[in-house]
Design a protein around this ligand. Structure first.
Ligand code: NIG
Ligand code: FE
Length: 425
């Protein structure tokens, strides 16, 4: 097996003890930095991290790279995306800029349903072709693992095609995709006057068939006023749990419905969005160990209040961050910029933000055992950035600091960079 040594990094960030899946309280404020560090990879896994001066003797055929003061991070993880879509929603965006609400647009047949109409027209290969550049852009920002939701098909046939497109993309790229079935994203127009029938279809036809074909790991529900209420969401989630899925919930995004409490009560792995979460919801999440996945790009793009990240963190909830990349509420793949929003608009410290994008994001997709930190034994997914201090990733914002991206020990992306580590911009 090839041994590769990456030496003389100014910082290795995200060095975490084996077995740590979440960092709460003061530990969350610790970025896990080794200064003047070296990372050693054997095949597809990390085998050693430490100070360069403590590097043990290596096999003579080891390949050695001198990083000259750059920073090494674990591969970033985007734990919440809606990447499988067709079409843009530029007109809708303008309508919102002119004062119409997201909900009013959805009620008049736009919003999610307008993307559903476009996806239903798109073949499996078209969906793959449309999503690949989005994944390439994520990769260029250092994102090596991506949760991808369906939710723009909303019929068994169309949802299955979306899941197949995710499987095709997973098999053909260097990235790792984690598929989530979001058939409960909206009640499609054809069932608008018959929602009970769609619920029956979801619980008794779609979920069992999707469980049978094994193309989804998680099931998610958009628990929201005028979408799926608490009772309906609970029914779908319990059915999914019974079929062996792990659960996620779009909770308290636009209105304070109690989605966080529901997510906690059904043992969901994560409750996502939480812009309107109540104190009781926060308490329930802290108690259940459900990860709060916050998506500040969505609050920015909708022009609404950000999620109460500080109250969540200070109450002992494990917070992760993700893009929510989708054509309606957050059209971006710029995960580091999401980190800047977390710092500047939600009061998160750079170290907390970093942990939310790595360790906690891994935990939010149940991959904490092998991803999310620079820990010997974990998969060698890591990113070399042209900065000398990891905080520059969020501070010098809106540009890409990533130089090289490694997945399972292999170089899978190299960006041209215009400046060098350690030099002021
Ligand atoms: O996470 N909230 C539901 N789903 C997406 C938006 C989907 C859309 O508008 O197309 C979200 O914000
Ligand atoms: Fe979402």
């Amino acid at each position: 097996m090839t041994t590769t040594v990456f030496r003389n990094a100014s910082q290795l960030v995200g060095v975490v003890a084996e077995g740590t899946s979440v960092k709460l309280g003061s530990a969350f404020r610790d970025p896990g930095v080794i200064h003047d560090g070296t990372l050693v990879v054997e095949g597809s896994h990390i085998v050693w991290v430490g100070r360069t001066r403590d590097l043990p003797a290596l096999p003579s055929q080891a390949k050695v790279f001198d990083l000259a003061g750059k920073v090494i991070l674990p591969g970033l993880i985007d734990g919440h995306t809606h990447l499988i879509f067709a079409g843009e929603r530029l007109d809708e965006w303008e309508q919102r800029l002119s004062g119409q609400s997201y909900q009013a647009i959805a009620e008049s047949g736009g919003g999610i349903m307008s993307t559903v109409r476009a996806v239903r027209q798109a073949s499996r290969s078209k969906l793959v072709e449309l999503a690949r550049p989005r994944l390439e852009r994520l990769l260029s920002f250092g994102v090596t693992t991506v949760e991808v939701k369906t939710g723009y098909g909303l019929s068994l046939k169309d949802e299955l095609r979306c899941l197949e497109a995710i499987a095709d993309l997973n098999a053909s790229g260097p990235w790792e995709l984690i598929p989530t079935f979001l058939g409960a994203h909206a009640v499609p127009t054809e069932f608008a006057n018959d929602r009970a029938v769609y619920l029956h279809l979801l619980c008794d036809e779609m979920l069992p068939e999707i469980a049978r074909c094994g193309l989804a790991r998680f099931v998610d529900v958009f628990c929201e006023t005028d979408v799926f209420d608490l009772q309906e969401s609970k029914r779908i989630l319990l059915r999914a749990r019974e079929l062996g899925f792990e659960l996620k919930v779009h909770a308290d995004e636009l209105t304070p419905l109690g989605g966080a409490e529901l997510a906690a009560s059904v043992g969901a792995v994560s409750a996502d969005h939480l812009l309107c979460v109540s104190d009781r919801g926060i308490e329930a999440l802290a108690h259940s160990g459900t990860v709060a996945t916050l998506l500040p790009g969505t609050a920015l793009f909708l022009g609404v209040e950000f999620a109460p990240a500080r109250r969540l963190i200070d109450s002992g909830v494990a917070v992760a961050l993700a893009t929510d990349c989708n054509p309606g509420t957050c059209p971006t793949e710029h995960l580091p910029l999401i980190g800047t929003l977390a710092c500047t608009r939600m009061g998160m410290l750079p170290a907390e933000t970093f942990n939310a994008l790595t360790l906690h994001a891994a935990h939010s997709v149940r991959r904490g055992q092998d991803l999310g930190s620079l820990t010997p034994g974990k998969q060698a997914d890591f990113v070399i950035c042209n900065i000398s201090d990891y905080r520059q990733l969020f501070y010098h914002f809106g540009i890409n600091h990533v130089w090289q991206v490694y997945k399972r020990g292999q170089l899978v992306r190299e960006n041209a960079t215009s400046h060098s580590a350690g030099k002021a911009w």
